[in-house]
Write a protein that binds this ligand. Sequence first.
Ligand code: HEM
Ligand code: HEM
Length: 160
Amino acid sequence: MFTVIPIAWYMGTLARNDPSKGIWMTAHKSIGITILLLTLFRIAYRTKTSAPELPETFSPQDKIAAHAAHILLYFILLAMPITGYLMSVLGGHPVNWFGLFEIPPGLQIDKPSGDVFHLLHKVGQWVTYAVISIHLLAVAKHVKSGNGILERMWPGKLGR
Ligand code: HEM
Ligand code: HEM
């Protein structure tokens, strides 16, 4: 996420006919598709294995807030690449994964629908910034309180 977003900002500054625009666009799309695949893998794994319980120091409200925020994070991790992909293929633009192969579009070109997903992708960025900001503020709060939430992300910390 910390690469796909700055690349999007940078490519937005380039003129339509800038020769490097295509490379940045391919990088943005390819990283975005990779995020989608990793997220699908993560969700499949997450449904098969239960996540570690939140510590007892969390109030019931804290637990609800954490779960809600994590659901929103998963939502943007799916919605942003899906809207990006649909905007591209419906608009008739190929999606090439790191220049290695073209992802079969699987859909007919339909520019009006492509425009709708374009708008959703553009608006979705603000939801993305908001949700990530909240997440990072929560991480900072946990680090400050020294409750070990950040440390337990490290493999082996929970005996896994
Ligand atoms: C987690 C994944 C993604 C995030 C967070 C993301 C985010 C963004 C952002 C912030 C912009 C700039 C919007 C603006 O200038 O107002 C953008 C533009 C764009 N994104 Fe994504 N994106 C993701 C995935 C994808 C994917 C998978 C594709 C296509 C396969 C894609 C295609 C595009 C295109 C074509 C643009 C340029 C739109 C324009 O010229 O207005 N994105 N994206
Ligand atoms: C510096 C950056 C980041 C740090 C330090 C960080 C840290 C954390 C921590 C400490 C947790 C709680 C883990 C637990 O319950 O044990 C977490 C969960 C999570 N983070 Fe982040 N995070 C970062 C960025 C992001 C970004 C950019 C995203 C996606 C947009 C993200 C998505 C998630 C998700 C989906 C969960 C919930 C995982 C689950 O319970 O299945 N994180 N993160």
